[in-house]
Design a protein around this ligand. Sequence first.
Ligand SMILES: [Zn+2]
Length: 287
Amino acid sequence: MTLLDELKAAREKGVAIGHFNFSDLSVLYGVATAARAQNVPVIVGVSEDERAYTGVYEAAALVKAIAARYNQRLYINADHTHIFEDAIAAAKAGFDSVVYDRSDLPLQKNIEETSRAVRELKAINPDIYVEGEIGNIGSGSEVHETVPENLDLSTVEEALEFVRATGVDGLAPAVGNMHGILHSMAEGKERKHLNLQRIAEIAKAVQMPMTLHGGSDTDENDLRAAIKEGITIVHISTEIRLIWRKALEAQMSVYKNEIAPHKLFKPVQDAITAAVESKLRIFTFSK
Ligand SMILES: [Zn+2]
């Protein structure tokens, strides 16, 4: 089954597939374990920065090894790829999907660059799932001091023009979502809200899988409604990074003399599994 087939099946069921970034084993194993426990497909992502650390081939090989070992529907995505050569490298390494993100460019230039990527990536692997991005939702899976500048809302017209001209398999629009979270969210005082009407309008127009980036700390009812309206992939990264850090700090402070990484990291992995399971329960809540 290709990722595109998975996404079509998810849409028919009215559910979404979770996407979680990793750059170490505790997170990768934690995510894979959670998806196995719920018997659902899951996507793990490595951004350009994360790939610089994990290695492109190494990350793909690890994910494929886990998928084969457990006969698990586990997919690997080259998240937020801005450099053409890096997208090609990911396709050659066997990635199932590439998010080719030139949303920093004006729409016409974004269309040109994304069209070229779609063409060249499909020449390497016709089944590779290519996602394009429009609009500005900020960058950085981290805790921000203030709301990033110039966040915008994608229009139905630009979404339609973009998908028709580029031939992408899926679209990531700006619909009230934002990368990273605010301090008030980290403290649990506030949640993100989405523009559900715009999601519905764009989904109806483009008729293809749509991705919500920056899904961390989004209001749960908004998430469920967004999935009902047509969001088929939800990216969660910042929340997982925060849990990773907190769990690791807790381990370090309790076991002050422990020096074996596997002993310190197993409980960190378990914390990730628990967090991912609770997200997957939201995403697979059926209509
Ligand atoms: Zn993203």
